[in-house]
Design a protein around this ligand. Structure first.
Ligand code: AVJ
Ligand code: FE
Length: 392
């Protein structure tokens, strides 16, 4: 690692820290132990997790840097993603006090920064650039997960910063475009690339994709409302068995970002309700997306199809759900230093999302990046297009 590369990576790490610090600063001090999304950990976990992750990854590989609080290293090591419908039952008092977690955070930053600034040798089989990229992208992924999580935190539990985000909007007519039969290149090549990629992005391979049609734009709020008005949420035949069970049990009747206003829908914003915009992409779970697609006589596109129609153009106005189960590419090798990052989720219960949202860091807006979530998770900044023809 040259001095320039090291400085670049350290600057990116420091920017990423500033970003997650800023997000956590939106939370009112008395709300840090809340759990805005029932399937996820309390906010306080993330304050510890971001640091513990970097520490668990880097500390063992930096000679002379010693653990100082192994129990917090373990407590904050990994998040949760319950696949059995079970929800976490821990109480606020089960977690360390804020002061202790903040102390842990600054102690880690101090130790890592000192070791990293020295440019000393690493005790690692893995390239230090890879490890630092992992720390940076992991943190930036959490910047997005924190954003959508804080989106669900009640407005009066947050402190609004000076300039609210502006939302642009453009009209998205219902048009489909044909995509010709041809090849798609998925993944990154270990031989050719010096670019960073996560374990699941390897190995590169080419697939044949049959001709199909795809919506030119993502489905909008307005289009999704048509589905609702047509009784889409009550039409059993549009849903998979599991999707229907989830929807019925959770009592879901509209997208999680929508709220009933006096006369019409409103949208749940970060700091207050926002106008419901008919031409904005709708954000929904994969189960809702797929029911809509079936209603239109269509289906969700596959991951390979996404590569055919999206190419290198990533709009970043919302992740796109695919119908592809998250699974390893041929030649997959888990990262030795983080074996579970992807492999823990090759369980037939997570689907691939492609693209990115307005909250996705620029470095991850690459065609090879693969995101994944369960189909019954409605809190993501994720939408969809419908496909027809092609595959089966
Ligand atoms: C790749 C976004 C699905 O948030 O669950 C963060 C990323 N893994 N910490 C997630 C992740 C461990 C992961 N996703
Ligand atoms: Fe994490």
């Amino acid at each position: 690692m040259t001095v320039e590369v090291r400085h670049q990576l350290l600057a990116r790490l420091s920017n990423a820290r500033a970003e997650t610090d800023e997000l956590l600063a939106l939370v009112r001090p008395d709300s840090l132990y809340e759990r805005p999304i029932p399937e996820r950990n309390r906010i306080i976990f993330y304050l510890g997790h971001l640091e513990a992750f970097d520490w668990n990854l880097l500390q063992p590989r930096l000679p002379g840097v010693r653990p100082f609080d192994p129990s917090l290293d373990r407590l904050f090591a990994f998040g949760i993603d319950p696949v059995d419908g079970g929800l976490p039952a821990d109480q606020p008092a089960d977690w360390p006090r804020e002061l202790q977690v903040r102390g842990y955070q600054s102690a880690i930053r101090e130790r890592l920064d000192q070791a990293l600034a020295g440019g000393r040798d690493w005790d690692s089989d893995e390239a230090p650039t890879t490890l630092l990229n992992v720390a940076i992208e992991h943190r930036l992924m959490h910047a997005e997960t924190l954003t959508y999580m804080l989106h669900q935190l009640p407005y009066d539990h947050k402190i609004q910063p000076a300039q609210p985000a502006v939302q642009e909007d453009r009209h998205r007519p219902h048009e489909t475009i044909p995509v010709l039969h041809g090849l798609a290149a998925l993944g990154l090549s270990r031989d050719e690339t010096s670019a960073f990629g996560w374990d699941n992005e390897f190995e590169q391979h080419v697939v044949e994709v049959l001709a199909f049609e795809i919506d030119q734009h993502k489905i909008t709020n307005g289009q999704f409302l048509d589905f609702m008005k047509a009784g889409g949420y009550r039409a059993r035949g549009l849903w998979t068995e599991a999707g229907w069970q989830w929807k019925e049990q959770a009592g879901i009747e509209h997208p999680a970002f929508w709220k009933h206003g006096d006369a019409a829908f409103r949208c749940r914003g970060m700091f207050g309700d926002e106008a419901w915009r008919p031409d904005s992409p709708v954000f929904v779970s994969q189960a809702e997306a797929s029911a809509y697609a079936v209603w239109r006589g269509k289906r969700l596109p596959t991951e390979s199809e996404w590569h055919r129609y999206a190419g290198a153009n990533i709009a970043a106005d919302g992740w796109e759900w695919t119908s592809t189960l998250f699974a390893p590419f041929a030649g997959f090798r888990p990262f030795a230093f983080y074996a579970g990052y992807s492999a823990d989720f090759f369980d037939g219960k997570h689907y691939v999302l492609k693209g990115g949202s307005a909250s996705t860091a620029g470095c991850m807006l690459r065609p090879s990046f693969r995101n994944w979530f369960q189909p019954h998770y409605p809190f993501l900044y994720a939408g969809f297009r419908c496909a027809s023809g092609g595959k089966e």
